[in-house]
Design a protein around this ligand. Structure first.
Ligand code: CP
Ligand code: NVA
Length: 316
């Protein structure tokens, strides 16, 4: 544990303390370590082998937005590792009544061994990390979804047999999932083409970070250009949590960006990815989501294995 024995303040800056605010908090080597550990946990779980590596440890889970996969995979993962997780809905704790995040971070750090948080503003995950003396994991912000990327990369590695010569196409919104995925592709040398409508591109800052990591994502407004010859085609909702007021304008703007059988004709036998939840008939058609090319439930399952690995790695 990162807290001090004598009860003195052990906040930001504790030696060895690591967080996952976005994928590029990990080096390429560290990312590979986490993915290897995830694969080992997956094998162990399937074989029914004991892997209670976090016995007696507790994860606090703050949620300002709804969740199915993130909530259940983190909580189940902690149980499988011999630990425990506490669901902290923002409206159930004093955060919802205005207690500052920095106070929440310092308080939780005195109780739990790690904090996972799903918040709106990305700066809020950074505040949590700054003031927490235990590892903080980003469970999705408006700008990033690194835990999703860990599962996505594990899934790609399983289906493609590695990352070498793999090309991925992102079709749709250059949103939180797309941005972390772009960083993950850069770290693993996956060739990425991102097709978004004009005005919905991934942020310049993220593009620069991806390039700093050696990535060179192609940015286009043409879904066919991105999909042509891709090994995996990935999409996400057009209207993310918190953007409900933009439904009408977004629905118009994303016309032509649906992952449908016509688009897949440009991509031989590409696998289809989606972080879920999916909105059938919007960003993806029902027949594609239900087709043999869809690997979306492998992705969903891999959230569990990847996050167990991440927690175990962070708390080592
Ligand atoms: N993909 C994902 O994060 O799903 P939830 O919103 O259900 O957690
Ligand atoms: N982009 C989506 C991802 C959900 C997991 C959202 O932020 O709502």
């Amino acid at each position: 544990m990162a807290r001090t024995d004598d009860g003195t303040d052990a906040n930001a800056g504790a030696a060895g303390l690591r967080h996952l605010t976005d994928v590029d908090d990990l080096s390429a080597t560290e990312l590979e370590e986490v993915l290897d550990l995830a694969a080992a946990y997956k094998r162990a779980q399937r074989a029914g082998e004991e892997h209670a590596d976090l016995e007696g440890q507790t994860l606090g889970m703050i949620f300002q937005k709804p969740s199915t996969r993130t909530r259940v995979s983190f909580e189940t993962g902690m149980t499988q590792l011999g630990g425990h997780a506490i669901f902290l809905g923002a409206d159930d704790i004093q955060l919802g009544r205005g207690e500052p995040l920095k106070d929440t971070a310092r308080t939780l750090s005195r109780y739990v061994d790690a904090v996972m948080a799903r918040v709106f503003k990305h700066e809020n995950i950074e505040v949590l990390a700054e003031y927490s003396s235990v590892p903080v994991v980003n469970g999705l912000t408006d700008d990033a979804h690194p835990c999703q990327t860990l599962a996505d990369l594990l899934t790609i590695r399983e289906h493609e047999g590695g990352f070498e010569d793999v090309s991925a196409a992102w079709i749709g919104d250059g949103n939180n999932v797309a941005q972390s995925f772009a960083l993950g592709c850069a770290l693993t040398d996956v060739d990425l083409r991102v097709a978004t409508p004009a005005g919905y591109e991934i942020d310049d800052d993220v593009l620069e970070r991806a390039r700093d990591l050696g990535g060179d994502p192609t940015i286009t407004n043409d879904p066919v250009e991105a999909a042509t010859g891709a090994d995996v085609i990935y999409t996400d909702v057009w209207i993310s949590m918190g953007q409900e007021d933009e439904r009408d304008v977004r629905t118009d703007d994303f016309e032509g960006f649906q992952v449908c059988s016509d688009l897949l004709e440009h991509a031989d036998d590409a696998s289809v990815m989606h972080c879920l939840p999916a909105h059938r008939g919007e960003e993806i058609t029902d027949d594609v989501l239900e087709s043999e090319r869809s690997i979306v439930f492998d992705q969903a399952e891999n959230r569990l294995h990847a996050q167990k690995a991440l927690l175990s790695w962070l708390l080592e």
